[in-house]
Design a binder for this molecule. Structure first.
Ligand code: PEP
Ligand code: MN
Length: 274
């Protein structure tokens, strides 16, 4: 059977939208943009990004307060202070926050501050964390493990759901392959497959998916074309000075153009963006 484009994208595929607020849902008609710095570094940096997100009509701010860094000597995030900064600027601009919980101990604190709890790639099979997230009432953004199959990822989502929380948003963030020209390989196949076979909304993270700012926009367009319900994208006022993931961050000045590019693809599919 050949399916129409309408069947592949949006609610008609059987996606159960996850509401983040009365007027924002992931998996509905609009492609939801979640933009912000990799790490919350300062109040001024985070506020600058939030102001621009809101000015352009965006509703969701991303930013890490607890960072999973490969090196223990790298910046590990501001912790609670980062959550407080996120909440303050989000409230000022009426935005929603997505931020990562690294461990079970800090999950209640993150759940208190965040509108969406992010579970990172390295933690996709951290079952106690999945169970703890499943016991909260907040939507859970479950990133794909960079060494995980789609089946392992969906089973991880079932672990969250098994504790009663079915408000799960999957996030394809690139997997490790033999390719070294890019940090990861964004698996666009996974987006199409998940839209066709599961009720979970799926978004894409083209920042970690490529690791290169010059490829982020093209990767984001491809993800939306494949049916992604949203994007998680890193923006920084000055990427050269970012304390984490500067190579893949788009400058904040590029946000208007980025949104316009994504909106063109979304409109071609009968969707809008927010
Ligand atoms: C992030 O979103 O900044 C992050 C750490 O992502 P991932 O878990 O996909 O590496
Ligand atoms: Mn990052």
């Amino acid at each position: 059977m050949i399916h129409s484009i309408e069947w592949v994208v949006g609610e008609t595929a059987g996606t159960r939208p996850v509401a983040l607020a009365p007027d924002v849902a992931v998996g509905g008609r609009d492609v939801v943009m979640m933009a912000g710095p990799c790490s919350v570094e300062t109040y001024e940096q985070t506020r600058a990004v939030a102001a621009e997100v809101a000015r352009l009509g965006g509703r969701v701010l991303r930013g890490g307060a607890y960072k999973p860094r490969t090196s223990p000597y790298a910046f590990q995030g501001l912790g609670r202070e980062g959550l407080e900064i996120l909440r303050a600027v989000a409230n000022e601009f009426d935005l929603l926050i997505v931020t990562e919980a690294l461990g079970v101990e800090q999950l209640p604190l993150v759940a208190e501050f965040a509108d969406v709890i992010q579970i990172g790639s390295r933690n996709m099979q951290h079952y106690p964390l999945l169970w703890a997230a499943g016991e909260t009432e907040k939507p859970v953004l479950l990133k794909r493990g960079f060494m995980s199959t789609i089946d392992e990822w969906l089973k991880a989502a079932e672990h969250v759901a098994s504790r009663g929380n079915e408000r799960i948003i999957l996030c394809e963030r690139g997997i490790r392959t033999f390719e070294t020209a890019t940090r990861n390989t964004l698996d666009v196949n996974a987006i199409a497959l998940i839209k066709q076979t599961t009720p979970f909304p799926i978004i894409a993270d083209p920042s970690h998916g490529t690791g290169r700012a010059d490829l982020v926009t093209a990767a984001a367009r491809s993800a939306v074309a494949a049916g992604a319900d949203g994007l998680l994208v890193e923006f920084h006022p000055n990427p050269a000075e970012a304390l984490s993931d500067g190579d893949q961050a788009l400058p904040l000045a590029a946000l208007p153009r980025f949104r316009a590019e994504i909106e063109r693809v979304a409109r071609a599919l009968g969707r809008g963006i927010c």
